[in-house]
Ligand binder design. Structure first.
Ligand code: XMP
Length: 315
């Protein structure tokens, strides 16, 4: 059985041995990076600088809530709005692996700039086991290049520290509970953000659409679970498909894009089963999406694929 208290004690000891200077953590506000930030902060205090990057591909109100979290944790932090850079770099990019590599490289270039300005030598990332297993190596196929693994440029000049590298998500959550972190039960959100929930080109306009749809899915599902109408899934979100379909709005022909709802149960992200959401809840989500996104979305579908053969995200 995984012993979180022992893990915390040994990891703090090891961080003190491994880190000998100023350190930057790539802080996303998710469970993995928040656990990492807490452990490294306990080990080296204000020598740790938490950097949060607004990529433009964040969920509704997320940048504000991450700032609050960094303040609540009393982290020494920097907040960088790099949304223009991210949107620009993904212009005309359709391939999921290319997107992931560009996003990974953008992150690292931003971190390197902060590191240069602030004389930082070490980079801490909240990489966990499924990230590097799925990113592939000499022995395994690449399923997808997680932005914090396969997306790392070869010429990066920061020393990489990954305290959670051998842990699975359920173990990270145990550590988070032991550390009494408020994010311990938060659903996962991928580093590349909404960019990989927009199939094809991740433009500003499409990001707005998927952001609104994700917000509706999250709120409706959380509400239904709170009212005991369904079990809260492990992860739940919307995906914007590049396909257009014909519909009717009022008495007029509509020709809009499709939103797929994805909700899954999982333990460690290595496998998942799709959530059996009651149909009246799916109907409510569908109506809200088509009402709020009127002329842009006129069809909503529900993803009934497990992992394998699918993955949790669509890209
Ligand atoms: P997949 O889609 O591979 O996702 O079944 C498994 C879990 O990992 C999340 N995910 C990522 N997380 N960087 C991350 O930090 C990434 O590049 C990335 N890709 C997928 C996904 O949301 C799910 O929880």
């Amino acid at each position: 059985m995984f012993k979180s208290e022992k893990f915390i004690e040994e990891t703090i000891k090891k961080i003190r041995q491994d880190i000998k200077g100023r350190t930057l953590i790539a802080f996303s506000g998710g469970v993995d990076s928040t656990v990492c930030a807490s452990l490294v902060n306990k080990a080296i205090g204000d020598n740790l600088i938490a950097v949060n990057v607004d990529t433009g591909y964040m969920r509704k109100n997320e940048p504000e809530s991450i700032k609050k979290l960094m303040e609540h944790m009393k982290l020494n932090y920097r907040f960088i709005d790099a949304s223009d850079m991210f949107f620009e770099s993904l212009k005309g990019v359709f391939d999921p692996e290319e997107k992931r590599k560009i996003i990974g490289e953008n992150f690292i270039r931003i971190f390197e700039n902060v590191a240069k300005d602030e004389k930082i030598e070490y980079l801490v990332q909240g990489t966990i086991a499924p990230d590097w297993i799925e990113s592939g190596d000499d022995f395994r196929d690449t399923i997808k290049s997680h932005h914090n693994v396969g997306g790392l440029p070869e010429d990066m000049n920061l020393k990489l520290i990954e305290p959670l590298r051998d842990l699975y998500k359920d173990e990270v959550r145990k550590v988070a509970r032991s550390l009494k972190l408020i994010v311990s039960e938060k659903q996962p959100f991928p580093g590349p953000g909404l960019a990989i929930r927009i199939l094809g080109e991740a433009t500003r306009e499409r990001t707005q659409i998927v952001r609104e749809a994700c917000d509706i899915v999250e709120k409706e599902i959380e509400n239904a679970a709170k009212n005991n109408n369904m079990e809260l899934p492990w992860q739940y979100f919307a995906v914007l498909l590049p396909t257009k379909s014909v519909g009717v709005q009022g008495d007029k022909r509509a020709y809009g894009f499709v939103i797929a709802i994805r909700a899954v149960q999982s333990i460690d992200a290595m496998t998942c089963v799709f959530s059996k959401i009651p149909s009246d809840i799916i109907e409510k989500i569908s109506n809200k999406i088509t009402n709020n996104l009127g002329n842009k979305i006129n069809r909503v579908v529900y993803d009934i694929t497990n992992k394998p053969p699918g993955t949790v995200e669509w890209e």
